[in-house]
Design a protein around this ligand. Structure first.
Ligand code: BES
Ligand code: ZN
Ligand code: ZN
Length: 491
């Protein structure tokens, strides 16, 4: 994908933005690109768009033949931005994403949307153009008109305008695509050793240091949580560490990498179990983010600690009632083998804490309760008060919608076990997202600023596409994580 200031003779579609008002739609921005969108062209476009009912409502799509004066352009796609006073970066991303999705099969697209916010428009286009097709044989291979748009050119008011924003958008979208690819790869093909190997290839390709602990090393190191969850599977667990040394301040990232969650002996119902291929979305996001931090050259040290296991029921699986010893020595009574994420995360959090990070962020598709509380598009953010609020605010700024959640003190006692230091679940279902967070809190070192993101719903879209999000892996919360890291770098 490239950009230009002129429309080429091969421009198939010009994408413009339309805002809505009582007096009809207007083309936005109205003060740029006068050489292309002359007063005459604008007037003709508005006539044609009005004639076919365009209103400029958010994400509305209207396609018309290009006015003859728009030399070399075949058609114009107007995408709605809604009311002019509500056009923020997220609206631009969403509108650009909807446009990109509707343009499959198109080769060269040019757009004026970058005149509103180049970074947001580019991010929306690149994210919206994502597809995942490696598992289609000839029989269902995407036809030419189903291929993502090949090239998007962003009209800019002057040469070199927004070079950095465009570059960042491209790298961010690539990282989101990396996370989506991992999540979308089925559990037949992505199991702990394979996930670790793929993460290692990517990290080494970016010049980063990688350490992979296999089952023997995990045994030797005393990683009882990762081993306990992994031992029901014929495909042994891993723990991957990827480091980007970017500066003095240290951010630790931890991500849940359950490559498939059957629930284990506390087995899940068959209905929708296939969606548990997404139970490594936290791991995918932190692997993608540490690579992105390196590509962007952020001036913060970022280390990802990623436990990977497959939660299966078998004769070798852990049982409800088993007691395991987490890395670092805490003992846990495993009441419910389906509350496995917290067991592998606890080991990883303790390991990450040994680097004495200033900040620790863990990401996990941890609880169904997250979706009961917040729905499928709003991550729950828990942790130490100030950092939790900061992460939630930044998450909303980037369009990932994080929302701060409390730690009700009375819930903690419900995690007490009769025979071990802790139980992995409470004896009731109330505040399930919060008690999972309270469990993790036990393993976060004193004095570290901590945020826990529960992305059970937001990481995986089981419904239809919307905005710049398609079906399947969404890449949430990569854009939150990188924005938080950049915010820390700017402190
Ligand atoms: N991976 C699930 C959580 C989940 C559910 C993610 C739905 C995405 C969609 C997790 O391991 C789990 O099963 N949690 C249990 C915890 C319970 C046993 C305390 C849950 O939420 O039911
Ligand atoms: Zn589970
Ligand atoms: Zn799980």
């Amino acid at each position: 994908m490239a950009r230009t200031v002129t429309l080429g003779p091969d421009t198939d579609v010009l994408v413009i933005g339309l805002t809505s008002s009582e007096n009809g739609p207007s083309i936005a921005p109205d003060d740029l690109f006068g050489d292309v969108l002359t007063a005459e062209v604008r007037a003709e476009l508005l006539d044609q768009l009005g004639a076919v009912g365009a209103k400029g409502k958010a994400e509305e799509l209207t396609r018309v033949p290009a006015p003859a004066l728009l030399d070399g352009v075949t058609s114009v796609l107007a995408v709605g931005l809604g009311a002019p006073d509500k056009v923020d970066a997220e609206q631009i991303r969403r509108s650009a994403g909807v446009a990109a999705r509707s343009l499959s099969g198109t080769e060269v697209v040019a757009t004026t949307l970058g005149g509103l916010d180049l970074g947001a428009a580019a991010e929306g286009f690149y994210l919206g153009a994502y597809t995942f097709t490696p598992f289609r044989s000839q029989k269902s291979a995407p036809k030419p008109d189903e291929q993502p748009v090949t090239r998007v050119e962003f009209l800019v008011p002057e040469p070199d305008f927004g070079e950095e924003a465009l570059q960042r958008a491209q790298l961010v979208a690539e990282a989101v695509a990396t996370a989506r690819d991992f999540v979308n790869t089925p559990p037949s093909h992505l199991f702990p050793a394979e996930f670790a190997a793929r993460a290692q290839v990517l990290a080494e390709g970016a010049g980063l240091e990688v350490e992979v602990l296999d089952e023997k090393a995990l045994e030797a190191g005393g990683y009882g949580g990762v081993l306990g969850v992994g031992k029901g599977s014929s495909r042994p667990p891993r723990l991957v560490r990827i480091s980007y040394p970017g500066g003095e301040k240290k951010v630790a990232l931890v991500g849940k990498g359950v490559t498939f969650d059957t629930g284990g002996i506390s087995i899940k119902p068959a209905q929708n179990m296939e969606n548990m291929t997404s139970d490594m979305a936290g791991a995918a996001a932190v692997v993608a983010t540490v690579l992105l931090a390196a590509r962007l050259g952020v001036s913060v040290t970022v280390t990802a600690t990623v436990p990977m296991a497959e939660n299966m029921p078998s004769a070798t699986a852990q049982r409800p009632g088993d007691v395991l010893t987490q890395y670092g020595g805490t003992t846990v009574e495993v009441i419910n083998t389906d509350a496995e994420g917290r067991l592998i995360l606890a080991d990883a959090i303790v390991r990450a804490g040994e680097d004495a990070p200033d900040y620790l962020i863990d990401v996990a598709t941890l609880t169904g309760a997250q979706m009961v509380a917040l729905g499928t598009r709003t991550p729950g953010v828990l942790g130490t008060d100030d950092f939790r609020d900061r992460v939630a605010r930044i998450s909303r700024e980037v369009g990932e919608n994080g929302w701060a959640m409390p730690f009700p003190a009375e819930l903690r006692a419900d995690l007490n076990s009769k025979i071990a230091d802790l139980a992995n679940v409470t004896p009731h279902r109330w505040g399930g997202m919060l008690s999972a967070g309270l469990f993790l809190e036990e393993f976060v070192p004193e004095g570290v600023q901590w945020a826990h993101l529960d992305v059970a719903g937001p990481a995986y879209n089981t419904g239809g596409p919307f905005g710049y999000i398609g079906k399947g892996g969404t890449g949430v919360p990569v854009r939150t994580l990188i924005a938080v890291i950049e915010d820390i770098a700017a402190e």
